[in-house]
Design a protein around this ligand. Structure first.
Ligand code: M6R
Length: 643
């Protein structure tokens, strides 16, 4: 049957012929698995907690105990609900798989939760992705007598594997390959078979999957990213698209592609400290990550910003000088917060390196016919390195032979691996769904890159290059002094708690900061907020202003300061409530505003690195005051691998 499948385009099976386009559409769930000599359950539950940022609609676990019985537990909602369900149940077993779900097909419920079990009860499977042709496969299987309990695409896949296993008398790994050859869509899967409790089969296409290898291959860990694995082993294999791996106790990993060809696993050493995955005494990850920023910036600049020598060293420029020098244009593709960082990057690169930069929403870019030339450099900015639209935009750039430059946080992520070159932001794992330290890390890297490029091209003066380097070195301490105002900011934030709407305004380098401040507020406090370039206000948004409308101005003391004061006056004249981020010692705005938050003086080009911090704290405190789930806001997930 599988031989009839041609490149995921044409499926002809059991008399039914269906045509598909191979488009990318992926979900964002988290999967974990373990096989070895320890109790699997605690590893799986802890792993799910580390991955809960990827989705928290439901959670489930399947374990095979020493008598060969497979126990499957699933519950709607968070991992803690699953834990409550499993207390007093048989959770023994040294092999198991688990899942935390962000629902796509089928409402969030225990029935639709993973793992899904095959008709005979022999196989259990967890899946992160979308099987696009699941309804047609379901029809085929129904004709063969299969029935379905859930409304998910995943249940179809586990039944299909069992069908292949039975009909063609195949091993679990070969049946999985046969089934996957029939699948159109995206997946990272892990499958266990209670008749073969010494193996787990995993596979990947367009959804991430990492395998951790224990000493002497006596145990294996699997997960959607390295976070659940790092406390057990640093030896990891990142599975590539269309690869299927067999993990068997005491044996080396065996990897095949969907054409049954052997692939040699590439083992990487991954270094993530355990403490970076904990809250470290803070109430929420988001707060910890906001407070992490001075250290993150220092880490991000270490070895790159040479303060004593007043120069910047970036290996990407050393290695790709010629290509970068002849770049005619940069195109930045990104989503959400990363897109905001891109808007700042555009201003920096144009100002210092004198190269035109376009900043594109990756989701729009990938679906039109953008003009991309081999002399373009396409920069993908992504914290997770897994955002589906950004990855697809990058792939489009690659097809058009542009240079693919990644600015990514997660080492070994899909975008990092798809890059020709790039710069890691090195801010450590960001767990809170609202991006904070990744934003300042991205802006820092873009600043270093723009300065270094400008210096190479001779488009920035020596004075500006050196004075900006010197001031960059001061920024971590200056961020600390903003953080020291947290109590003051918390008081100001209280006044926003009952607002239904808010506007954020900024100009120049602070305009993207206003967009970012508004995004932070809406995503975690559920208050409708919009960001604007302040001068755009009179072209429409000013009609919204009355005594109930809080307007947050980012009005630090830079070249457009006088202009933004006029914009603040315009709001004041219409009784709007003004909160402003200003430079220390500011007097003019203080006279007009209801409240001001001072940040230390710095260069205009570096202002976002300071002015973003109070806006992050405002959003955080409003959400806490409203009693909301700060780290896991509703409907969102950290890694948006859905288009
Ligand atoms: O991982 P990425 O940087 O590619 O993610 C992009 C956006 O999904 C992300 O920035 C999102 O907007 C954040 N939740 C914002 O806080």
């Amino acid at each position: 049957v599988a031989q009839d499948i041609i490149n995921n385009v044409k499926l002809k099976c059991c008399g039914i012929k269906v045509l598909y386009k191979n488009k990318q559409g992926i979900t964002m769930c988290g999967i974990v698995g373990y096989i070895g000599f320890r109790d699997a359950y605690p590893i799986l539950i802890q792993g799910l907690k580390r991955l809960e940022y990827r989705g928290y609609d439901s959670a489930g676990v399947a374990l095979i105990n020493n008598e060969g019985v497979m126990n499957v537990y699933k519950e709607k909602g968070k991992v803690s609900n699953l834990e409550a369900l499993t207390s007093q149940r048989d959770i023994s077993g040294q092999i198991g798989i688990a899942h935390t779900r962000w629902a796509t097909h089928g409402e969030p419920s225990a029935i639709n939760a993973h793992p899904h079990v095959s008709q005979s009860g022999r196989l259990a499977l967890v899946h992160n992705g979308i099987i696009e042709n699941y309804s047609n496969l379901k029809i085929l299987l129904e004709k063969e007598g299969y029935t379905f309990k859930s409304s998910t695409d995943t249940e179809v896949l586990v039944q299909l594997i069992e069908y292949m296993q039975k009909k063609y008398d195949k091993s679990l790994e070969n049946a999985t390959i046969m089934a996957l050859r029939m699948v159109v869509g995206a997946y990272a899967i892990a499958v266990i078979d209670k008749n073969c409790p010494d193996k787990i089969v995993v596979a990947r296409k367009s959804s991430p999957l990492v395998i951790g290898i224990g000493a002497d291959h006596k145990e294996f860990f699997i997960a959607s990213d390295a976070l659940p694995i790092v406390e057990y082993t640093k030896q990891m294999v990142y599975l590539n698209d269309n690869e299927v791996a067999l993990l068997k106790i005491g044996k080396k990993i065996e990897i095949n592609n969907l054409n049954y060809e052997d692939i040699t696993p590439e083992v990487k050493e991954v270094n993530i400290s355990l403490e970076s995955l904990e809250k470290g005494g803070f109430e929420h990850f988001m707060l910890k990550e906001i407070y992490d920023q001075p250290r993150c910036m220092a880490d991000c600049m270490r070895g790159r910003l040479l303060l004593n020598e007043k120069r910047i060293v970036l290996s990407t420029i050393n290695m790709h000088r010629e290509r970068l020098m002849k770049a005619e244009r940069f195109i930045i593709v990104a989503c959400g917060t990363s897109w905001h960082a891109g808007l700042i990057g555009k201003q920096l690169i144009e100002q210092w390196a004198n190269i035109p930069v376009e900043v594109e929403y990756a989701s729009e870019f990938r679906y039109r016919n953008p003009v991309i030339s081999p002399d373009d450099v396409v920069i993908a900015i992504s914290q997770s390195g897994e955002t589906a639209d950004t990855l697809a935009a990058f792939q489009l750039a690659k097809e058009n032979k542009a240079m693919c430059f990644g600015i990514v946080n997660v080492v070994g992520s899909s975008i990092a691996r798809a890059s020709d070159t790039g710069i890691y932001i090195h801010v450590g794992p960001e767990i809170g769904v609202a991006s904070t330290k990744a934003f300042t890390g991205q802006v820092t890297v873009l600043t270093l890159f723009a300065l270094a490029l400008g210096h190479e091209r001779g488009t920035i003066s020596k004075e500006e290059y050196e004075s900006t380097i010197e001031e960059l070195g001061n920024i971590p301490e200056k961020i600390k002094s903003v953080l020291a105002k947290d109590e003051e900011i918390k008081d100001i934030a209280r006044s926003l708690t009952y607002a239904e709407n808010a506007l954020y305004m900024g100009r120049g380098f602070n305009y993207p900061v206003a967009l970012e401040g508004a995004l932070k507020l809406k995503e975690i406090s559920y208050i409708h907020a919009e960001g604007y370039p302040a001068a755009e206000m009179k072209h429409g948004p000013i009609a919204l202003i009355d005594e109930n409308m809080p307007v947050v101005f980012v009005a630090t003391h830079h070249q457009l300061y006088k202009k933004i004061i006029s914009n603040i006056e315009e709001v004041k004249a219409r009784n709007g409530r003004i909160i402003a981020v200003v430079t220390e010692g500011d007097e003019a705005v203080k006279e007009i505003a209801e409240a001001t938050i001072e940040v230390p003086s710095t260069l205009a080009s570096l202002a976002p690195l300071l002015s973003a911090i109070p806006l992050q704290l405002i959003a955080y405190h409003v959400a806490v005051e409203k009693g909301l789930n700060v780290d896991q806001p509703r409907n969102l997930a950290k890694s948006v691998t859905v288009e």
